[in-house]
Design a protein around this ligand. Structure first.
Ligand SMILES: *Cc1c(COP(=O)(O)O)cnc(C)c1O
Length: 436
């Protein structure tokens, strides 16, 4: 399959090229040229298939022409080797818990898949030389990418994070791994980290010497696998007897997760509509209301993985709907919740149902509470385990919630990191000396 750029100003590329480049040469995002409709027989079988079987069928629709069936199956089965339960929270509302993977966030799915696919391309010499994955993180992305790529031959990962601005537990998840993972503590903010990574991708001499790619949701290999679990979620709802009038709410930041869901809908998945649930960084909601896309500096909220002022996958949404606002509005609505509202939702939901929402999932749940019409059933994506935000949760609930053993394990490791300034020249020199 060929991949085209959303900016349409550069020739189409192969999957291997799209994955190793990350961003297209004209700065657009890569899109698969075909989004296959799944056959009716697949939807009939859906409630009887396992998570891995469903994921493989969806993966085959995207990657089947580029990766041999046995290999693709191996990659998918290995990626999706943890459970994703659908849990009923209240009348007509279900939580799709995507926090049972190694780093307890949904990003594990895309990061693990991308690591395995890139490892395969490297083995096949579809990529010449070591691939250097650069990732700027405010917490969650770095841990999912570092753990997903740990020990993968031919790939080195550099995690850039702002000094003193990620929680201890988050930092431990990418500074204690060693092997092919290097943590870089940048004397600056998350925006500085992101600027360093962007400058590296644009630096011509650096790119002549090194293969550099990104592992955030602009990368098709991280983005597309996120469609798997929307099919799985619907399969579980069908099993529970819910077959129509489905609504899906997705806590959104860079809009990679929700866009993968929209791809699922395009493939025939019976989800009537989506709600893009935002925190105060509600650029998309503003776009729906005004028809104008106005990126702006992000503001800090307690749902910090969604503090994004210029959602990178917005270009994919536009491409999917040929930039037609009315078509976009027919499939997606938006909402916004403040920190105070998020806190209230977490408290009230815990008191009335016993269910523990994390600050991101809480936005999705509230969006369904407020937005479901009579007759509709909703599910939201629970994007991370609440214990990843321990201080915030303690502050909201007044007691400390239990920390899963998996998360506690990370705390035992020894933190190894390299301090760097926020100037590009230091980072550039570091890469030239360190990377191969
Ligand atoms: C990354 C992240 C989000 C936002 O996902 P996007 O794909 O960027 O929209 C939401 N919640 C959590 C916990 C995350 O880590």
């Amino acid at each position: 399959m060929k991949y085209f750029s959303t900016n349409k100003n550069t020739p189409d590329v192969s999957l291997a090229m799209a994955v190793t480049k990350g961003l297209a040469a004209d700065n657009g995002l890569f899109m698969p040229e075909i989004i296959e409709k799944m056959p009716a027989s697949f939807f009939e079988a859906l409630p009887h298939l396992s998570l891995q079987e469903i994921s493989y069928r969806v993966a085959d629709a995207f990657f089947g022409t580029d990766v041999p069936a046995e290999k693709l199956k191996e990659i998918v089965y290995d990626t999706m080797s943890f459970y994703i339960p659908l849990v009923k929270v209240s009348d007509d509302i279900y939580s799709l818990e995507l926090f049972h993977g190694p780093t307890l966030a949904f990003k594990d799915v895309g990061a693990r898949f991308m690591a395995r696919l890139l490892g395969y391309f490297n083995q096949q010499h579809k990529v010449e030389g070591n691939v250097n994955v650069l990732v700027a993180t405010s917490g969650d992305t770095g841990s999912a990418v570092a753990n997903g790529f740990l020990g993968v031959e031919g790939i080195d990962v550099y995690v850039l994070y702002p000094k003193g601005l990620v929680s201890e537990i988050q930092e431990k998840q990418f500074t204690t791994l060693g092997q092919n993972i290097t943590a870089l503590e940048i004397d600056g903010t998350f925006d500085d980290c992101q600027a360093l990574v962007k400058s590296a991708f644009l630096d011509v001499p650096l790119n002549e010497k090194l293969i550099l790619t990104s592992a955030n949701s602009i990368n098709v290999a991280r983005f597309l696998p996120q469609a798997f679990y929307y099919f799985w979620g619907v399969a579980q709802l069908i099993k529970a007897g819910v077959t129509d009038q489905l609504v899906c709410a997705v806590p959104s930041g860079n809009f990679g997760n929700i866009t993968a869901g929209l791809f699922g809908k395009r493939m025939g998945l019976p989800i009537d509509r989506f709600i893009a649930a935002n925190n105060r960084n509600d650029i998309f909601l503003e776009y729906l209301n005004t028809g104008e896309y106005r990126p702006r500096a992000s503001v800090a909220t307690i749902a910090n993985a969604m503090d994004v002022g210029a959602p990178s996958n917005f270009a994919r949404v536009l491409s999917l709907y040929n930039s037609q606002l009315s078509a976009i509005k027919a499939d997606i609505s938006g909402t916004m919740y403040t920190d105070e509202q998020i806190k209230n939702t977490i408290r009230q939901t815990y008191q009335s149902t016993g269910y523990l929402l994390d600050p991101h999932g809480a936005i999705g749940y509230q969006a369904l509470l407020d937005g479901l019409q009579p007759g509709e059933t909703g599910f939201f994506i629970e994007t991370a385990h609440p214990a990843k935000f321990l201080d915030t949760m303690t502050d909201i609930l007044g007691f400390e919630i239990e920390v899963p053993a998996k998360l506690q394990e990370f705390m035992k490791g020894e933190r190894k990191t390299m301090a760097l300034g926020a100037d590009f020249e230091s980072f550039r020199q570091f890469l030239l000396e360190k990377a191969v």
